[in-house]
Ligand binder design. Structure first.
Ligand code: ME8
Length: 522
């Protein structure tokens, strides 16, 4: 696999980032870091979605200009991704001039092609979704099922996109490409939605929504329009690559369409149906894959402003006094399988990271290195390097971690790594190198320790995407080269340092103190 382009959803900036935003960006970063260990050319795009009525209304409530509010909140998003070590290549803002210009040209091209047309319309608009809802989608009380708010009746003359023209091609594509939408059960959901799909409104009257990208050449007799958020927002995936409607070239040609869009379950329809329609209308190939993740709940409850349980990722790091985000990253992506809803609770968090990262992984490394220092002054003698009985376990785990990542089964990949650590712990407990030392069987003792340390190098490489700082610390102590590509990761290729220095041995992860347990929430 040579090229790997991954995008996240671009977040609305009417507030600071919450744990759900953080989950998606961490998940994406973990995937990107893993594939960076496997391919030479990886591109990771994230960003912010800054137009629309929701942002406009929040800015008005605050009494500031929308752009000023966006600037302030974008800074909070960037700060959070930095604190969480989300290492993107590019951060796109839909208020970027380049983006705005290209979106206008995309709109114009579709208008000229006849795929966008004028139409008078009365519909139910949910500003939470930034979309029109059908009567049948509403709850019994007439509310939006996601935002539990009554949608507003809107009557306007708008531009519409001829989505129905592409319905059959999209349906066929989904049916013929089972990997297009994962997990697979989500594809069934989309196929059902496609059956009742209608043309969609793609602009709003600027009298109602002024905070948006104006439609170009709008000198006809309908009132001035702004481009309705979804054409604007979805196009970020190509405008970020410098897509040019006349002459697609450069980065766009390099990475499109080998793209994985990581998105939450609530925006699947927009990505699978609307985005596919727009791309087909532009004559562009469809993305390789939509990876649809579930929602993060808090203490098993849906996170919402009304419940007052919205948690900021930064507050979690602060509350647990975490200088590095590794434990939080690890927990977020291993607490639930990717497609299912996950849950954050302080107790769970503490229990899982203490068990896996401190007691299991960190402790094994620390004990083994300490024994090497105690019995051999940290020296790894040539005679200690023998055939490693854990070889098959290592091969098995490397294979399955890669396979799980290929299928975006990130929780399962994490579990494979911890299983290897578990097994190695049992190997040590069964063989008791300290007893071998007591009995004077020094060479045997040294061999056991080196067998374990070799496995720990593999663990270091595999855990790196989840816990980049801890992995770096482990690599430093093991004198292991963390830049090794996973394809070269075999026990034969691992050359641990001849001497492990006593001064450098320290726990790579300290247990989360129970006194913090009640303070996790922001
Ligand atoms: O939907 N758990 O922005 P957004 C997990 N701007 N993920 C969650 C979540 C939760 N509790 N809440 C939200 C938008 N998300 C649009 C996207 S893309 C061209 C435009 C996810 O700020 C959500 O599913 O509401 C989405 O993938 C992302 O966070 C941004 O949500």
């Amino acid at each position: 696999m040579e090229k790997f382009y991954l995008t996240t959803a671009i977040d609305y900036v009417n507030g600071a980032p919450h744990i759900g935003h953080a989950y998606e960006k961490i998940l994406s970063d973990v995937i990107v870091r893993h594939f960076t260990q496997r391919c030479d050319d990886v591109y990771f795009l994230t960003g912010t979605d800054e137009h629309g009525i929701k942002i406009q209304k929040t800015a008005i409530e605050k009494g500031i200009e929308p752009k000023q509010m966006c600037d302030e909140n974008v800074a909070k998003f960037k700060e959070a991704w930095k604190a969480l070590d989300v290492n993107y290549n590019q951060f796109i803002r839909t208020t970027d001039e380049e983006h705005k210009k290209t979106v206008q040209l995309i709109f114009k091209k579709l208008l000229e092609k006849g795929d966008i047309y004028k139409h008078s319309y009365t519909g139910l608009y949910c500003s939470g979704c930034e979309g029109f809802l059908n009567e049948k989608d509403l709850t019994e009380d007439g509310l939006c099922p996601i935002h539990m708010k009554k949608p507003e009746e809107v009557s306007e003359e708008n531009y519409f996109f001829r989505l129905t023209k592409y319905k059959d091609v999209i349906t066929k594509h989904i049916k013929e490409n089972p990997d297009f939408i994962i997990p697979e059960f989500r594809a069934t959901e989309v196929l059902n939605q496609l059956e009742n799909i209608e043309d969609i409104s793609v602009s709003r009257s600027s009298a109602n929504v002024s905070w948006g990208i104006p439609v170009l050449d709008n000198n006809d007799n309908i009132y001035p329009q702004v481009i309705y958020v979804w054409i604007d927002a979805l196009s970020n995936y190509i405008t970020a690559l410098g897509y040019d409607v006349e002459n697609p070239s450069g980065k766009f040609q390099k990475y499109w369409p080998v793209v994985h869009h990581v998105i939450g379950k609530d925006i699947l329809k927009f990505h699978s149906i609307y985005w596919s329609g727009i791309l087909l209308a532009l004559g562009l190939p469809l993305p390789k894959q939509l990876l649809v993740h579930g929602f993060i709940n808090i203490n098993k409850e849906k996170m919402s402003k009304t419940l007052g349980n919205v948690i900021s990722p930064i507050d979690i790091l602060k509350a647990w006094d975490l200088k590095i985000p590794d434990a939080f990253r690890y927990y977020m992506v291993t607490a639930a399988p990717v497609g299912k809803d996950g849950n954050y609770s302080d107790e769970d968090f503490k229990e899982k990271v203490n068990a896996d990262l401190a007691n299991n992984m960190g402790n094994l490394l620390n004990r083994t290195l300490s024994m090497l220092v105690k019995y051999f002054d940290g020296e790894i003698k040539e005679e200690f390097k023998t055939n490693n009985p854990l070889l098959n376990n290592v091969k098995y785990v490397i294979f399955h971690v890669k396979e799980n990542f290929d299928n975006f089964k990130i929780q399962e990949a994490g579990q494979e790594i911890i299983n290897l650590v578990d097994f190695t712990n049992k190997y040590v407990a069964g063989i008791e190198p300290w007893t071998l030392a007591k009995e004077g069987k020094m060479s045997e003792c040294g061999q056991v320790l080196v067998n374990v340390l070799e496995v720990m190098c593999v663990v270091t490489a595999l855990i790196y995407p989840f816990c980049p700082n801890i992995a770096q610390e482990m690599a430093n102590q093991l004198k292991f080269d963390l830049s090794m590509k996973l394809d070269n990761l075999t026990l034969d290729n691992i050359k641990i340092g001849k001497l492990i220095s006593k001064e450098e041995i320290k726990p790579v992860f300290l247990r989360l103190d129970s006194e913090f347990a009640d303070k996790g929430k922001g």
